[in-house]
Write a protein of this length. Structure first.
Length: 364
């Protein structure tokens, strides 16, 4: 009699209840993998890096499922609560409320900016006019050093004339086709005592560096442009609308590009890190890493530096206009004994990237 009553009182779980629990478990596992993805070299296990790339959407899914579990009074609510706890640490890489430090006399202002080949972003202007406006913006900011990626010019000999108030320059340009060169540029108001480049196998991406004299110190400035996915959402949608390619074909190509790009970028960041570790000078690492903070790329370079956004950034960290505010892929990393006075990311539309502007000084 007692067993019959117990069976009658036992609450049955519907098929939707089981599916909900499965969804909670899958989302929790995905978030856990995104946490540990930063420790895996994509050249050895590339697929796991995608969980780091999609960290923010995975967090959002877990928050939604947690809310649903609470509303349903579901016992499965404990799982997203536990798995979301580490995000209290990781989310500061995407949203920060760092405090601006008091001004000092020895601040150095650094700008890094992927200018997108002066393709004018959301603005309907020519490349020539876009380059002029970018130069005007930079001049008004009055930085000491500027690092540009995807710098475009039709004649390499004209590169030295860009940003005329910056007398010292280091650049490396790659010829894409006739009258079309692009690459990286470092422009400095302070003397460059030596300079060089780090080239990557089978890639048009590269890293350049310049040893710059700042008063009594010499600092090595790295300007990096690491491997991108080379995916165009607008071109993808256009092909799908026109019916020129099937969804399965597009998915295969995206999968292949992401695999190749992740592996290449892992090798590239390893090369840059080895170079930094051999440098006789302290390094400021700038550029477009094409990876979020939840990545092997970022974590490797953070080993030898600290992130100016974490020190003095405020609000959302995104530096890429597509899917704002989810993607931070442009950085300035500084030596651990340097203090960061400010970090800003102006929402200007000359490129699909936003510039990163920071003021730093050596701690006394």
């Amino acid at each position: 009699m007692y067993l019959k009553m117990a069976r009658k009182g036992k609450k049955r779980i519907s098929i939707w209840g089981y599916l909900f629990r499965v969804a909670v478990a899958i989302a929790a596992v995905a978030l856990f993998i995104s946490y540990i993805s930063i420790f895996f070299n994509p050249s050895k296990l590339w697929i796991i890096s995608l969980f780091g790339l999609y960290y923010i959407p995975i967090v959002i899914v877990n928050v939604i499922l947690l809310s649903m579990a609470v509303v349903r009074w579901s016992a499965s609510a404990w799982l997203p609560v536990i798995v979301l706890l580490p995000s209290l640490f990781f989310l500061r890489h995407f949203v920060s409320f760092g405090k601006e430090q008091p001004a000092t006399e020895n601040n150095y202002k650094v700008i890094t900016y992927n200018v997108g080949q002066y393709n004018s972003g959301k603005m309907d202007i020519s490349r020539k006019e876009c380059r002029r406006q970018v130069a005007s913006f930079i001049e008004n900011e009055e930085p000491d050093v500027v690092c540009l990626q995807e710098f475009y010019i039709s004649d390499p000999s004209q590169a030295v004339g860009i940003l005329p108030t910056f007398p010292y320059k280091q650049h490396h340009l790659i010829k894409i086709r006739d009258n079309y060169y692009f690459g990286n540029l470092i422009a400095s108001k302070r003397p460059i005592v030596s300079k060089g480049k780090i080239t990557f196998k089978k890639s048009t991406n590269l890293s350049i560096y310049a040893d710059i004299k700042f008063d009594r110190d010499t600092i090595r400035i790295y300007n990096n442009h690491l491997e991108s996915y080379s995916l165009s959402p607008s071109a993808l949608l256009k092909r799908l609308r026109n019916g020129t390619r099937s969804i399965s074909d597009e998915w295969k190509e995206i999968h292949q590009r992401m695999r190749v790009s992740n592996i290449k970028r892992a090798h590239q960041v390893d090369s840059v890190l080895r170079h930094i570790q051999k440098s006789e000078y302290k390094s400021v690492i700038c550029g477009d890493f094409n990876d979020t903070p939840m990545s092997y790329t970022y974590q490797q370079l953070r080993k030898v530096s600290k992130d100016t956004f974490l020190e003095a950034g405020h609000g959302f960290s995104s530096t890429y206009s597509f899917l704002w505010p989810l993607l931070r892929i442009d950085y300035v990393l500084v030596p651990s004994d340097y203090q960061v006075k400010s970090h800003t990311t102006p929402r200007i539309r000359y490129s699909d990237h936003y510039p990163v502007i920071t003021e730093i000084h050596k701690a006394l």
